[in-house]
Write a protein that binds this ligand. Structure first.
Ligand SMILES: [Zn+2]
Ligand SMILES: [Zn+2]
Length: 290
């Protein structure tokens, strides 16, 4: 059993009502470890430009990738998962799924476009969006693996240096208490300033508050900003989580999200950086014949 299997089993035992969604997450994490996705990651010779995520202007050709097959597989698993909203995905005609457009929309975190597509396909928009948003996760994990050496060590933006997403949480690591931000899409990590809101750059300590909810465990708290009303969950830990565990850590600390929302704080919607990715699908995808 891998650490991920153990983590999933652990969450399932504590939150049995999540079993349908965890079946989807399990499939995504299994796929994220597949090195075949590395082939879709464009080569990079240049080092990272200041403030620009590595994925920002990428040109992708899905022709030889398994994205179309992977999208169909993900929708099939989600539709069987047992919730009423997810079961509406059963009626989605696979022939009408435009993998390139959905993959691009998901990379750009364009939930509006994904929900619009859902309406046209007769699927529940919320369920379709939740599933399609995770479609590029295996590819993004491959980007994080392959581009590790291109990443700027000096990166201090609030958004992910690989994929431009806002962080899912922060880790305060080791005895030196270094602060790192983590991305639940690509599993990436980058060092951050302690006294700074990652979303709006606020440095005024009077506007930055820390909340420690009851029963959250002694290693977890919420750092919130009264400037932008954003918040970030913060965990004190000896070591950072492995990239494939970031998504699980984020899910498994939902009580902190609930506590933050009760105090009027929210996670920023959409991407931290506006990407401009070109996605083409020139030819038949792998696993399909023309
Ligand atoms: Zn990322
Ligand atoms: Zn802020």
């Amino acid at each position: 059993m891998t650490a991920i299997d153990i983590g999933l089993r652990d969450i399932k035992s504590r939150r049995p009502e999540w079993a349908p969604w965890l079946a989807v997450v399990q499939e995504i994490l299994r796929e994220a470890a597949d090195p075949n996705w590395d082939a879709l990651v464009p080569d990079r010779a240049a080092m990272q430009q200041s403030k620009v995520p590595l994925l920002a202007e990428a040109k992708l050709d899905l022709a030889k990738s398994s994205v179309t097959t992977w999208l169909a597989q993900l929708i099939r698993i989600a539709s069987r998962s047992g919730t009423t909203q997810m079961s509406t995905l059963k009626s989605v005609p696979h022939a009408k799924l435009d993998a390139a457009t959905l993959f691009r929309a998901a990379l750009h975190q364009d939930s509006g476009q994904i929900k619009e597509t859902a309406a046209g396909l007769g699927a529940d928009p919320g369920a379709f969006q939740a599933v399609v948003a995770l479609l590029p996760v295996p590819f993004l994990h491959a980007c994080n693996r392959r581009w590790a050496r291109s990443m700027a060590a000096s990166w201090t933006e609030g958004y992910c240096p690989v994929c431009g997403a806002w962080p899912a949480f922060a880790e305060v690591r080791g005895i030196e208490r270094s602060r790192y931000l983590r991305c639940s899409r690509c599993g990436g990590e980058w060092q951050a300033h302690c006294l700074l809101c990652p979303f709006c750059g606020m440095t005024d300590h009077k506007e930055l508050v820390s909340l420690v909810p009851e029963n959250s465990g002694s290693n977890a708290m919420i750092d919130a900003c009264n400037g932008c009303r954003g918040y970030i969950k913060t965990f004190t830990t000896l070591q950072g989580s492995p990239p494939v565990k970031v998504l699980l850590d984020d899910l498994d600390s939902v009580e902190l999200d609930v506590a933050a929302a009760e105090q009027g704080y929210r996670r920023p919607q959409g991407a931290g950086y506006s990407l401009n990715i070109n996605v083409a699908n020139n030819g038949a995808p792998r696993g399909y014949s023309t």
